[in-house]
Every structure is written in structure tokens, then in C-alpha cells.
Design a protein around this ligand. Sequence first.
Ligand SMILES: Cc1ncc(COP(=O)(O)O)c(C=O)c1O
Length: 364
Amino acid sequence: MARYDYRSQFAGIEAVLLQEIKDLLNNGQYVLGDAVFDFERDFAAYIGTEHAVGVNSGTDALILALHALGIGRGDEVITVTNSFHATALAIVRVGAIPVLVDCRPDTFLIDLEQLERKISERTKALIVVHLFGQSVDMAVVHDIAKRYELLVVEDCAQAIGALSGGKNVGSTSDAGCWSFAPAKNLAAGGDAGAVTLNSTEISDRIRQLRHFGQATQNEHLTLGYNSRLDTIQALILKRKLARVAKWGAARAKLASAYKERLEGLPLAFQEGAKPAEHAYHLFQVRTDSRNDLLSHLRKDGVDAVIRYPIPIHLQPAFVDFGYQVGDLPVAEVLAAETLCLPLHPAMTDDQLHLVCDSINSFFC
Ligand SMILES: Cc1ncc(COP(=O)(O)O)c(C=O)c1O
């Protein structure tokens, strides 16, 4: 039982997409071609922001957003240790200091009470992560940010379609940062990302940064990056965007089928999401016999995986920031006890039952 089914994502659009790619190869609009701006327009409309700027990865979306918002040397940015490495890496890349906080044991998301306690005079911004697809409560985040005059960046890499307070994640903050890497709910055919935002000034700055910091050809106003969304990836994303809501509904249905079928077993789920507040990018279960369950599932041919086995604060790359084992204990326990089960929109009931039968046979 595989975790992905890339092929099914192209059913019904393959011929038209291949023709569009062929046309592009012939017309030579390889860099910042029309398709990039078309996708940006469609994506901003979908998320509900004034602007979307395509960049070449979710990691760069975070880096360019922080850079454009003026975050740099000596600034502190608070984020959560229970996330993918890139969330905190981006903070370090712009010269700022990542201040990592723990997550909650029920939602697996950033603990907002702890976040508030970590705010200092040097804090400039918060990055919240809608981890596994479940939205953080943005009303609470914006309330904290307003009281302490902080910028808010949302790491939306895993959460396309998830709502918070009835609005799309990535639509209400200083920047929403998106990854369209191949495993994501909206996936390119390689690396791709975007920033969504409502400020024309910051959006223009990101456009400049992604394109060598140039205002016009040969005029480089600032030290930028080479981080444009590739035109072929934009063609793919534009076609797939029209399907992402349908895929999201299929994911939600599978997630509730999992919960129903696994009810009563000694497993916990990611809690706290109201309907539409979860995009079910990853379906996590928690058990203190996680490693044995993983081996059992693998033996039965189920491609379960651990996300994430080492929290950011304990990664060798972050050793200079001085964190020790035990500093952020909830994330450390989740790293030892959570397991990601296969879930993708083309998954059949039979496949889901196969996974559940294997889990049942492990516990019973
Ligand atoms: C939470 C999170 N943030 C950031 C990223 C980075 O995105 P990318 O791989 O497109 O650079 C990812 C994806 O890998 C992610 O899951």
C-alpha cells in the first residue's frame, strides 16, 4: 500500500498538459513565462489574498518572505520545534535567531501559551506551522501579534484548503508560505513554492528578491536570489489547482474512515480540528509501541513512515543554539510515538481496510 499515487493526479489532464508543455518548449518562455503569472493570479484568488508570488520552493518562500519583511541579524523569530527542518532553517538563513517552542500533546501544533511566554524585546516575528494539514488558531495568533507588535508568517506547506476562523490559512497574515513539492496536496513535478500576502509593497519586494534583486534588466537594487517559480511547474500547478478542493474532500473522507475503523484501539489521533480546519496532508496516529507497529505494517506491505523522528531543536544542524534533550518534552515524546499512515486522494476503501486490518492484527 503506497503512500503516493502521482499518476492518478494527471488523469483527464495529461494530454492537454503535455501539449501546453510542448508549446512552452517551442515558444521559449522558460523563465517567468505567462503561465507563472496566470498561476499566481489563480492561486491568490483561491487562497483569498491580493497577491501570490511564485518561487522555487517552500523553503525559499519562507526565506524570501522573512527577508522582504525586514527580518535579519539579531532578530528573534519564534516557531515550533515540531515541524520540518525548513521552517527553522529559513530563520537562520536570514541571519535571525530561531526561538523554538514546544507543541501541544493533543493537536501536535504549536503551544500558543508557551509562545507568548517566549516573546522578548528582540522578537520580531512568529512563524506558525499548520502541521500535517491542521490549522493553528489564527485568531489567537493575531491577538498575540497585535499586543506585542509582531509580524506573522504562516508555514502553509502542508495545509492547502485548511481554514482557520472560516478563512483559508495563508490569507490573513503578513505572509503565507507554500510548498508544492511532489508529496504535497498540491504538487508540482519537482520543486516549487509561493508566498501569499495582501501587501503590494512586500509582494513587489519578494518579486524583486526572487529575480536577483533587479528592478529592470541589469539594474540590481538589492542582493537577491535566483528563486523564480519555473514556468513548466506553473503549467502543472495551474491545471492541478482546479482539482485540489476535490482531492481535499477525498482526503477528509479517508481520514474519517480511518478514525472510524481504528476506534477503540490504543491509538490517539491529532485532535482539535473542527470540520474544514484540516487538509489531511498526513494522517498521524500516536502509540507507545510505534516502532513495533511500524515494522508490523512494513511487513504487511504498508508504506507507513515517521514524521518527524527528531524534533528541530535536537537536530545536529541546530547544535549551536544550545538546546538539550528534555528542553521541549512534548515534541520529543511525539517524535518517539507518532506514525504517519498512507493517505492520498486516489486511495480506495480496500486499500484503507488493508492498512486498518494490519493495525488491528497488531493490537488484537
Ligand atoms: C512544514 C514545511 N515547511 C517547509 C517545507 C519546505 O518546502 P520545500 O520542500 O518545498 O522547500 C516543507 C516541505 O518539505 C514543510 O513540510
